[in-house]
Design a protein around this ligand. Structure first.
Ligand code: 26Y
Length: 825
């Protein structure tokens, strides 16, 4: 019967149309008389999904036949963004679908807009995971993404009276045509309970009996590669009650109590924690982490066992990458299964674990480092705590043999942090259990080995690596900026740059060509127009399209210094007001300054920064004297799909963190690719961007890493008005004197930098920031020079393709070979 099936779906216009209509009738049960744009999106998606599924099944079948090594990418977060356009672009069917739909009276772009944006992540780390999947598929690596299928993604941000309001994001309420529910892929997950030891045939056996058992069910999300038939899987787990575990309560006749416990099981994967960079030891979060880890390891083991009998082959066929410490319990879970269940000796098991795991660190901020209380961990996962103690014991014995009586070293390296509240350091566990540890930009990796992980580095320097982040040019140029894509196609003479961004370097001479410059400016202008309408609709603000679009979008955090940006905006406002009206246009370039980003719901200072931006926006935008010389807008609900509109429209992009604190940044790379000029500090990947595009094509300012501590000391040892200098002091005084209202919030906000509190040294960097801003104005007046730099930024951004990053992971950490499935046509 299989032979009766046509092997691959035809992609002619007629075939596409008939498949869409088929889904309208049979999947959605609708007719052409009762049919909305949403239905159209659903039918088109199902039609594309059919094509994905073909490739998807063939890919893993082929991998299986070739008996390849797999990489498992473990992440608590994936910010994949909308799927439809990305799938069409990667399948190279966008043109065909556009035509087919136009014929039926639909504009494909408005169909795209119907899709929800799955927001199963917080920020950089989650988006990085999504870019990596795109590159792994495109480069034909045998890979699996594993994560959680949260019912609620990160909250939707609304702005009410200038304050952030969080609204639950129930993203599944219109169904999800992209996922494949695997009713037959379920794994049991245990929690709590007790550990007992038994002697069997003279051998001690450890048995953990969980007292709560739930089920993790797989939901598969196909990830198509570009220009290849390979399509890989992002497998997301959903928690469900197991039929066994509430049997007792049912029998005891407590029907409602039994139902309640079933709901508790479903609750585990209900909601994504909206904190990035502030750790809070919540039991539910630990349950999420363990669920991901346990289900994934069980799945990987099952797959391995289907092929072979010898455990010692495990590392040869499996690489497991930890996206930060969030899934670090995977190390312990694999140890547990190998020793307690498979009966391996401890040392044998450890070797398999050590050689298969690798860990990526994404931050050196101490408040973001995960440390689980031993009471909490020991209660939820008693056997895992035992194993951690065991790992630590063996590890520290080795250390004390190597460094006798070096108590400082011992306590720095220990997996256990002693104190009134004893905790497990998940970073230390991840390092000890991995054969490779990497940072995400050169500077960050260097800081890891010289500060946070110094003692580990001295122990085993070869374990530590750098893998500078990257972003996928498919989503961030080809999908988000069709105008620029077309221009690059013309420049290169093909679309080869999508797979090999480095070739763009060969065309740098076009940067001086007036005709190209003109077209380049036209593309930017069209993108600015799109953002203009977006802003008008959502914020009710009328921007001047000819003004400089100056944008800072990222999570709101003190270290990212959105506060410094808005304080400069106030400085500019005061300066414009002081200038006689007839001289203003000579001295100031018209600017539209935009901010966007979510504050963690409990992060009061971050929320106050949003309040200040909105207060300034209200004042400045309504000041008749100012007109279009200065507009300030807070862009609500920054997410992947909004970023696809915002980034291509930006001309100046702000990446102004205190040096040493932004591990990498990835939006900086997206902005550069899209021809934005960066104003930024020498932090994270900015350093490498400067290396690639040339410092003269950026606006670099501020203290370098090695100067930060010096500046902090200066700050602590001087009166704050002296330390701030007159220009920043005047800005603070204006806020204090109630120029913008909201005195209570704004005074509290100023207190985070006044009175020797300025940990992120806004005060120290302010003057140099203002001076860099002046350079921005000067250059913008010269359209041709600005455009030339914009072109060079884009053409020199090749290093920041995630294809380069993933090749490095594959070659230098995973020892993984590509495996391309034969093209069926
Ligand atoms: C433990 C929990 C509170 C937590 C949850 C999420 C801690 C951290 C995070 C997310 C961190 C994150 O997104 N880090 C960012 O990773 C990017 C990708 O490597 C970097 O570019 C960026 O500099 C870094 O802040």
């Amino acid at each position: 019967i299989w032979k009766l099936m046509e092997k691959y779906l035809p992609n002619t216009k007629e075939a596409i149309q008939s498949s869409v209509v088929n889904h309208v009738e049979y999947t959605l049960a609708k007719t052409r008389f009762d049919f909305t744009l949403l239905h159209c999106y659903q039918a088109v998606s199902h039609s594309v999904r059919d094509r994905l599924i073909e490739a998807f099944n063939d890919t893993y079948q082929y991998f299986n036949n070739k008996d390849v090594k797999y990489v498992y990418y473990l992440s608590l977060e994936y910010l994949i963004g909308r799927c439809l356009q990305n799938a069409l672009v990667n399948l190279e069917l966008e043109g065909q679908y556009k035509e087919a739909m136009l014929d039926m009276g639909y504009n494909l772009e408005s169909v795209y807009e119907q899709e929800v944006d799955p927001a199963l992540g917080n920020g950089g780390l989650g988006r990085l995971a999504a870019c990596f999947l795109d590159s792994m598929a495109t480069l034909n690596y045998p890979a699996w993404g594993y994560g959680l299928r949260y019912s609620y993604g990160i909250f939707r941000q609304q702005i009410k009276d200038g304050y952030q309001v969080e609204v639950p994001d129930y993203w599944l309420d219109r169904g999800n045509p992209w996922e494949i529910e695997r009713l037959d892929v379920n794994f049991q997950i245990k929690f709590y309970g007790s550990v007992t030891k038994k002697v069997e045939d003279g051998k001690e056996r450890t048995i953990w009996e969980g007292s709560e058992i739930i089920v993790a069910r797989a939901y598969d999300n196909p990830v198509p590669g570009y220009n290849t038939f390979n399509t890989i899987n992002l497998r997301l787990w959903r928690s469900l009650p197991s039929s066994e575990f509430d049997f007792k309560s049912f029998n005891q006749g407590d029907y409602f109590k039994a139902l309640e416990s079933r709901q508790r099981a479903e609750f585990i994967t209900s909601v994504l924690y909206p904190n990035d960079s502030t750790y809070a030891g919540k039991e539910l979060r630990l349950k999420q982490q363990y669920l991901l880890v346990s289900a994934t390891i069980q799945d990987a083991i099952r797959r391995f066992k289907k092929k072979r009998k010898e455990w010692k082959e495990w590392p040869k066929y499996n690489a497991l990458q930890l996206n930060d410490t969030h899934p670090a319990l995977a190390i312990v879970e694999l140890m547990r299964i190998l020793t307690d269940i498979e009966g391996l000796e401890y040392e044998e098991a450890w070797e398999l674990v050590y050689n298969s795991f690798a860990y990526t660190n994404h931050t050196i901020l101490p408040e973001a480092l995960e440390k689980w209380g031993v009471d909490l961990l020991g209660n939820l996962l008693p056997r895992h705590l035992e194993i951690i103690y065991n790992i630590n014991h063996i590890f520290l014995e080795k250390i004390s043999r190597k460094y006798p009586n070096d108590w400082r070293k011992l306590s720095a390296l220990s997996l256990v942090e002693e104190g009134t509240h004893k905790t497990i350091r998940m970073a230390n566990l991840s390092i000890v259990g991995s054969h490779a540890v990497n940072g995400v930009a050169a500077l960050h990796s260097q800081l890891l080995t010289s500060t946070l992980f110094k003692d580990f580095y001295e122990l085993r320097p070869t374990k530590f690596q750098n893998k500078t982040n990257g972003v996928t040019p498919r989503r961030w140029i080809r999908c988000a900026n069709p105008g620029l894509s077309a221009l690059l196609n013309d420049v290169v003479g093909s679309d080869d740059w999508i797979l090999d961004m480095d070739i763009l370097k060969n065309f740098q001479k076009i940067a001086d060509d007036p005709a190209i410059q003109n077209r380049w400016m036209q593309v930017k202008r069209q993108n600015k127009e799109k953002l203009y309408w977006w802003v008008k609709e959502r914020c009710g603000v009328d921007l001047n399209i000819d003004s400089l679009f100056d944008i800072q979008v990222k999570r709101i955090h003190e270290y990212k210094r959105q506060l410094m940006n808005i304080l400069y905006v106030i400085r500019r406002y005061l300066d414009i007001k002081k200038t006689p009206a007839e001289e203003r246009r000579k001295l100031f370039v018209p600017r539209s300054i935009m901010f966007g980003g979510k504050a963690a719901p409990g992060y009061i200072t971050a929320k106050r920064i949003i309040r200040l931006v909105n207060a300034v926006s209200q004042k400045v935008n309504n000041d008749q004297e100012i007109g279009d010389l200065l507009k300030v807008v807070f862009l609500p609900n920054y997410n992947v799909s909004n970023a696809q509109v915002i980034i291509p429209a930006s001309e100046l992009s702000q990446h102004i963190s205190t040096a040493g604190l932004e591990a990498s940044g990835t939006s900086n790379m997206k902005f550069v690719m899209n021809g934005c000029l960066i104003i930024g500090t020498m932090d994270g990947a900015n350093v490498e961007i400067a290396e690639e595009v040339g410092e003269e094509n950026m606006f670099i300012f501020g203290a370098r890493v090695e100067q930060v501590e010096e500046q902090r000391n200066k700050m602590r040892n001087s009166n704050y008005r002296d330390y701030f200098g007159p220009r920043l002091t005047e800005v603070c005084d204006a806020i204090s004197n109630d120029l913008f209202g909201y005195k209570y919030d704004l005074e509290a906000l100023l207190d985070t930098i006044r009175n020797k509190n300025d940990y992120y040294i806004l005060g120290a960097d302010f003057e140099s920031y203002c001076e860099a801003q002046q350079r921005v104005d000067n250059l913008y007046r010269n359209k041709s020079e600005w455009t030339k730099k914009s072109i060079l930024n884009s053409l020199r951004s090749g290093k920041f393709s995630s294809d380069r990053t993933i090749r490095q992971y594959a070659e230098e950490i995973w020892d993984l070979e590509p495996c391309e499935i034969p093209n069926p046509s």
